[in-house]
Design a protein around this ligand. Structure first.
Ligand SMILES: Cc1cc2ncn([C@H]3O[C@H](COP(=O)(O)O)[C@@H](O)[C@H]3O)c2cc1C
Ligand SMILES: O=C(O)c1cccnc1
Length: 334
């Protein structure tokens, strides 16, 4: 990193660190000695082992949690795909900076350091029904900005987005990467009515008809946007630094799916923080083989589900690192 061409990214996977089995095995041994019946902490145990393997540490800690919220604007909004006007993207960026958004409060509650990164909001990407949303240069630049924003000293990374029109962009990415009719991937987003959802499906179908048979990074360039590319760059930079990632809802997961399309292993260090109420998200997580940590009917974006899931991850590691063993507590084992 930084990436000079899109094909650099495609050839990168084998050079990235993988899961440390030895650290995971050592963590599993510790789990068996903790004062609880085997497996009784369910997915908390799995999360502790996941963190151990990716941090290459049998007793991983979360000292620093970073949250990156990437914002962008989309030419496809000209097709009337969102009930909200595009200015809301920049207005919400100001709200993030002032501390007034849901993600500010959720990051504060979870003790995550949040940063919002607006990506050329005054230059929306091109309308994907008319051509490529981004040039190769724009795509690379956004990927690199995402990668550069990652703090290599963080122990976990939460990713989120803000961009009016993004539920349509996400549906287009998901349909192009996994197939199926647009109607199976679109949903209300911020609150489109039945007529609005139909319009979104038509717009996505038009985009799919225009951009057929593309490689995943060209799918990203075709549908956009800059924040989706930045999310991909951040996921790759996190992988290079062995930082596990908490994905958010449908929009964030659809962006990440571009990397899964490149190589299925590229999202192995990523957890699905939650499953969103946006209907395509459940289908998308199933396609990626990921089980969400939380299911709270959220449909916000901004990284909200990732920030909430950080609390569960912290709890998993508090048990893993700080519970007494049977020997320490003088408790008889079976
Ligand atoms: C005030 C406000 C705050 C938000 N925070 C996240 N989103 C979410 O809604 C947008 C996607 O929905 P659609 O595709 O329907 O435009 C994204 O920006 C997403 O992050 C918001 C949307 C609004 C209006
Ligand atoms: O799941 C999401 O990412 C989502 C859903 C609705 C609106 N904004 C984001």
């Amino acid at each position: 990193m930084p990436f000079a061409t899109l094909s650099d990214i495609a050839s990168l996977t084998s050079a990235l660190p993988g899961f440390d089995e030895a650290a995971c095995d050592a963590a599993a041994l510790r789990q068996r000695r903790l004062t609880k019946s085997a497996g009784s902490l369910g997915r908390l145990e799995e999360l502790a082992l996941f963190m151990a393997g990716w941090r290459a540490n049998p007793c991983p800690q979360i000292g620093q949690a970073q949250a990156l919220i990437f914002a962008g604007n989309h030419g496809v909004c000209a097709q009337g795909v969102s009930p909200y006007p595009q200015e809301v993207t920049a207005q919400m960026v100001a709200n993030f900076r002032a501390g007034g958004a849901a993600i500010n409060r959720l990051c504060h509650a979870a003790d995550a350091h949040m940063e919002v990164i607006p990506l050329d909001l005054d230059r929306p990407t091109a309308d994907f029904t008319a051509g490529f949303a981004m040039t190769e240069g724009e795509t690379l630049s956004a990927l690199n900005r995402g990668a550069a924003a990652v703090d290599a000293g963080a122990d976990v990374l939460i990713l989120g987005e803000m961009g009016i029109g993004n539920s349509t962009v996400a549906a287009a990415l998901a349909a192009a990467l996994f197939g199926g009719p647009a109607a199976e991937w679109v949903g209300p987003g911020t609150g489109a009515d039945a007529e609005g959802v139909r319009r979104k499906a038509d717009v996505v179908e038009k985009g799919l008809a225009r951009h057929r048979g593309l490689e995943p990074l060209h799918v990203l360039a075709a549908f956009g946007g800059r924040e989706q590319a930045a999310i991909c760059g951040a996921i790759l930079a996190a992988r290079a630094a062995r930082i596990p990632v908490l994905l958010d809802g449908f929009i964030c997961t659809a962006a990440a799916s571009v990397l899964h399309g490149l190589d299925r292993r590229l999202l192995d260090h990523c957890l699905a923080g939650h499953v969103s109420a946006e209907p395509g998200h459940r289908r998308l997580l199933a396609a990626l083989g990921k089980q969400a940590i939380l299911d709270l009917d959220l449909r916000l974006g901004e990284g909200s589900g990732g920030a909430l899931a950080l609390g569960i991850l912290r709890a998993a590691l508090a048990c893993h690192n700080q519970m007494a063993t049977f020997a320490e507590a003088g408790i008889s084992e079976d």
